[in-house]
Design a protein around this ligand. Structure first.
Ligand SMILES: [Zn+2]
Ligand SMILES: [Zn+2]
Length: 364
């Protein structure tokens, strides 16, 4: 089977849209015709050379589409179903999986940096050469073949452009608040970074009933979006210290770092109150290290933790998110940015790199 796909070759080189070969779906796999694919920070890390993963690679792991064909043993979806892709096809058998933490799956977390599916294959090639998969998915293409485990049915709940956001930004951001941190009503929350994920951390905090939600980002458009999405205070990095002193002098109950750079993690931890919890949600460039004062954790009894993909099984979390959408608590449309056809994928990447307030989508 063939599909057109956007290939990443090397840093500084534009993505190349070419026709690649896809292996036929195996018994438990499905073919998904992609309808919308978000450009996520993880894709940008690869484009900027901050992750070293094998190439050529089809980026894209935040996508929604329609099931076009199913393998013989597929039971969860049928042809014609609209689905959102989860990028966490976990093994189901390792210690993390057995404890109900599929995002921590050892097999998955070995596969992602290797650019493969959990079984070590990619099922993609170009001119006979292996093509690798971004974040165990590689859906920046017209079609992708994935396990039925990761093609989660939407049953018409949301349009495809909004559905794409569910696949990474929503599960990651809202999940960080509801599942990883367990923010309680009345809490105070600081969110560093108002990009795709940060906006959904803000919405998650509002859904959880947080009383004070401070969003910090240098991009003006993102501050406006966050205010509309439930932030009670928005502020640029230079004004954060002053705002915290005025509004939350003891620090925030929860400090979320939706960026992931060491400096932003240190800011989130420093701005968290004694006994509070700082949560790293964004991914740092490969190889970065934190420089921490242990007394923040000892004498001040702060907790510092991280979360991957919202720390919940995507198949469990997705119906919860869809219910929040149905009830009007979770707004997807306000996080949408401009859309580009697959042939203009490089314009999509440039727009995203420039700090666009909404999620930039490719509509293959
Ligand atoms: Zn992502
Ligand atoms: Zn596992």
């Amino acid at each position: 089977m063939k599909t057109r796909a956007a290939l990443f070759h090397a840093v500084g080189q534009p993505l190349e849209v070419v026709e690649i070969d896809l292996a036929e779906p195996r018994p438990h796999e499905v073919v998904v015709r992609m309808a919308a694919v978000g450009i996520c920070g993880t894709d940008l890390h690869q484009v900027k050379g901050e992750f070293r993963r094998p190439t050529p690679m089809v980026l894209g792991h935040e996508g929604a589409g329609v099931v076009e064909e199913v393998g013989d043993a597929v039971t969860r979806v049928r042809s014609g179903d609209d689905v959102v892709l989860s990028w966490a096809p976990s093994c189901g058998e390792c210690a993390g999986c057995r404890r109900g933490r599929p995002a921590t799956c050892r097999v998955l977390n070995a596969a992602i940096p290797n650019g493969t599916l959990p079984d070590g294959t990619t099922g993609m090639s170009y001119g006979g050469e292996t093509v690798y998969r971004g974040t165990a998915t590689g859906c920046l293409a017209e079609r992708v073949v994935v396990s039925e485990q990761v093609a989660l049915p939407l049953a018409g709940a949301v349009p495809s452009d909004q559905a794409a956001l569910l696949g990474c930004a929503v599960l990651t951001g809202v999940g960080a608040v509801l599942y990883a941190a367990g923010v309680e009503p009345g809490a105070s929350v600081l969110v560093i970074g108002g990009g795709g994920v940060g906006q959904f951390v803000v919405q998650g905090a509002r859904i959880a009933g947080a009383a004070t939600i401070v969003l910090c980002d240098p991009v003006e458009g993102r501050l406006d979006a966050a205010r509309a999405q439930g932030a009670t205070h928005v502020v640029g990095p230079d004004e954060l210290r002053g705002l915290m002193r005025a509004e939350l002098p003891d620090g925030a109950d929860y400090g979320f770092d939706a960026v992931g750079y060491p400096a932003t993690t240190e800011t989130a931890l420093r701005a968290t109150r004694e006994g509070g919890t700082a949560v790293i949600v964004g991914l740092p460039p490969q190889g970065e290290r934190l420089d921490l004062d242990p007394f923040e954790l000892i004498r001040k009894e702060k907790r510092l933790t991280g979360t991957l993909y919202g720390s919940e099984d995507p198949a469990v979390a997705l119906p919860v998110m869809l219910e929040h959408v149905r009830a009007g608590r979770l707004d997807l449309a306000s996080s949408l940015g401009p859309s580009f056809p697959l042939d203009e994928v490089n314009a999509a990447v440039e727009t995203s790199l420039a700090g666009e307030a909404g999620r930039v989508l490719v509509v293959p």
